[in-house]
Write a protein that binds this ligand. Structure first.
Ligand SMILES: Cc1ncc(COP(=O)(O)O)c(C=O)c1O
Length: 416
């Protein structure tokens, strides 16, 4: 069967947009560190007819009949995730990282209780207590950050805020923090003040699965990860926790927050966990970090926040030579997709901050290695140093297209 033939026949408009998006993914260097390329098997699982079923409840305890094969899918996903991360209990139903975080707060706190999270401008996520988000509106979110001198987590501040505010939860794991997190130090502070330790490993879960980043599991009470970032799975999330919190977490996800689970997505999560225990995934995870280390070359021309990276992402401080918005636009025009980002203690506004954030999961999924990364870092430096020069951007665009042609995205998908 030709892939997407029914879609092409039934809806040429959406099919055409899909082709344009596929071409864009093929002909650009996607370096947004939260993006990735799911495997063809994950993509196929996302279109299985399990999507047709309502299955409110959990395996063996559903509100609808005829669920034996749906239960098989969800149980496989749970067992595989437990094995992959060494977790006592896993809930695979969260629709996304944001709803999963909401479920965790809902399970472990009452309305207006206090928790400690990293401020957005220093690398935290909106759901870690930002004032525009439910997490900052429904709870008393006390925010910590990084130190000014080395841009690493300010543990003195975390400890002081924990002692002063006695939070129910202390949260770690971020959106824009390039370094390894000292989970043990957080655990000690949690024990001192009687807080739950919640780690949002969305960004680095694939690295944990492949042994390229320390596992938070031995230190945490509860861990959340999205499944679509470094893990290379479908869009969605899972919650991993100690057995003693299992009932609270499950009840918070359903019936507390969500309705029918997306069982086709859960099938795709199961496929992703199966792929992530394979030895090749270990190589992949280590390659992501090796590739990112090559990008540290950029520091010869622009300052890197915290001086570099231990992970899949880095943050460039453009040092007022150009703004984050200008850098994002110039790179986009050259075929390199990144996102503007605040840097810690930024003097500019979030819509046009002083930095950009970029990473290597997508390029590594395409098969690129250190040699290609050296070229990519040179291209980035060239564009950032000549952001108003159309000729330079055109030349870089040409080199990007040549490089991309050697590493196609989904070569098996029909392009006409
Ligand atoms: C650390 C972290 N947590 C949670 C989320 C939210 O995930 P989602 O976009 O699936 O709601 C993100 C997304 O970028 C994230 O980076």
């Amino acid at each position: 069967m030709e892939r997407f033939k029914a879609l092409k026949d039934a809806d040429p408009e959406i099919f055409s947009s899909h082709l344009k998006e596929l071409d864009k993914q093929n002909n650009s260097l996607h370096m947004i560190p939260s993006d990735n390329i799911a495997s063809p098997a994950v993509l196929e699982a996302l279109s299985i007819p399990a999507q047709n079923r309502y299955a409110e409840g959990y395996p063996g305890k559903r509100y609808y009949g005829g669920q034996e094969f749906i239960d098989e899918i969800e149980t496989a996903a749970i067992e595989r995730a437990k094995k992959l991360f060494g977790a006592e209990h896993v809930n695979v139903q969260p629709y996304s990282g944001s709803t999963a975080n909401q479920a965790i707060y809902f399970a472990l706190m009452d309305l207006h209780d206090t928790f400690l999270g990293m401020t957005l401008s220093h690398g935290g996520h909106l759901t870690h207590g930002h004032f525009v988000n439910f997490s900052g509106k429904h709870y008393n979110a006390v925010q910590y950050g990084v130190r000014k001198d080395d841009e690493l987590i300010d543990f003195d501040q975390v400890r002081r805020l924990a002692l002063e505010n006695k939070p129910k939860i202390i949260q770690a794991g971020y959106t824009a923090y390039p370094r390894i997190i000292d989970f043990k130090r957080f655990r000690e502070i949690c024990d001192d003040v009687g807080a739950y330790f919640f780690i949002d490993m969305s960004h680095f879960a694939g690295l944990v699965a492949g042994g390229a980043y320390p596992s938070p599991m031995p230190f945490a009470d509860v861990v959340m990860t999205t499944t679509h970032k470094t893990l290379r799975g479908p869009r969605g999330a899972i919650i991993l926790c100690k057995q003693e919190l299992a009932e609270k977490i499950d009840k918070a996800v359903f019936p507390g927050l969500q309705g029918g689970p997306h069982e086709h997505t859960i099938a795709a999560k199961a496929v992703c966990f199966k792929e992530a225990v394979e030895p090749e995934f270990k190589d992949y995870a280590h390659q992501i970090v090796k590739n990112c280390k090559v990008l540290e070359n950029i520091k010869n021309n622009f300052r890197l926040v915290s001086g570099g990276t231990d992970s899949h992402l880095l943050l460039i401080d453009l040092q007022q030579k150009l703004t984050g918005k200008e850098a994002e636009k110039a790179l986009d025009e050259s075929g390199i997709i990144v996102n503007k980002n605040t840097i810690p203690f930024d003097i500019r506004k979030p819509f046009d901050p002083s930095g950009i954030r970029l990473g290597t999961p997508t390029l590594t999924s395409r098969g690129m290695k250190e040699g290609e990364m050296k070229l990519v870092s040179d291209l980035i430096i060239r564009v950032l140093s000549n952001h108003n020069n159309a000729e330079v951007k055109q030349d870089v665009r040409k080199q990007v297209i040549e490089l991309c042609a050697k590493f196609p995205v989904y070569p098996e998908l029909s392009r006409n």
